[in-house]
Write a protein that binds this ligand. Sequence first.
Ligand code: GDP
Ligand code: MN
Length: 345
Amino acid sequence: PSSLLSSVYPPALHYTRPDHAPLSTLPRANATFVVLCRNSDLAGIMSSVQQMEDRFNKRYGYPWVFLNDEPFTEEFKTRLSTLTDAHVSFGTIPKEHWVQPDWIDEERAAQQRKSMSTDMLHFIPYAGSVSYRNMCRFNSGFFFQHELLQPYRYYWRVEPDVRYFCDLDYDPFAFMESNGKTYGFTVALEEYRWTILSLWDTVKEFMKESPHLLPDNNLMSFISDDWGNTYNYCHFWSNFEIADMDFWRGEAYTKFFNFLDQKGGFYYERWGDAPVHSIAASLFLRKDEIHFFGDIGYRHDPFQMCPQGDVWTRGRCSCNPKETMDVGVKSCMAKYTKANLTDAE
Ligand code: GDP
Ligand code: MN
């Protein structure tokens, strides 16, 4: 039997992977991939990482940072590290960045979770989940404070089970840096309004207190159809983000997040990091600091953005160009385009 086995498994070559050696001589931006996931997300995140490596990162070698509210298993670490030659690190999130703070009235929060999850009139995803709320609050206000992300300025957020459809023949981080971009997205659509019933009133209260934090040529007309009176529920889909953490770490966003946080809406409602990030980017950035990556074909169920025309051909994209989120009732791309053409006022 041993000879049979050795014919099936030929002896390993004496090959040693260079330890964290730079893969590329191309100048790299100060950037990393960031993944928040659970040990149980192993298969899904391996699929996403493999595509990212094949379509882009094997030529660039940007590092990967994996974060989890529980320690990653040895199996998780070994199997993820095997997928790339780039530097990979695994971090546990400190409790105070993750769990529901004790100043939240748990009785009120529990009551709200119950009434949201038994709401027969509106479908509210994750209505009864505490861990989902922890995740949304962490992605809104804490991931960029994690120790493992301190060395970096730009990040690209990656989630389990997403698709990267196209080859990317340039470095989007370097693009962000040399073009003065702060926030990049691929899909813009409407949020479920029943998850954020009091969010816009809270935002208005903040704007009244700190009007100096809003530049004139911001993207207010992307998120409001009436000059800020009401929210139109448009947001960037934050499961894909290429952005500058200095923005989240800066004065405007720090004040904004703390203001939202103390209102308790991450737990009494179910405020998502997508509307929170999107509203902040639309209010506190100039519109030219926000970038639509129309060349990075991407899918997170149930929506996708598929590049069109030459970009699709050149990127050898595997998506159907007729299936793309630029159009359709829930899409906010028309509003985004219009907001970029017109003046903020
Ligand atoms: P959806 O995209 O809104 O349906 O939410 P997901 O379930 O994909 O969660 C968003 C991201 O947070 C994904 O990267 C998940 O792996 C991660 N995530 C969600 N809940 C938890 C959790 O309780 N613990 C950890 N470590 N990651 C989580
Ligand atoms: Mn997801």
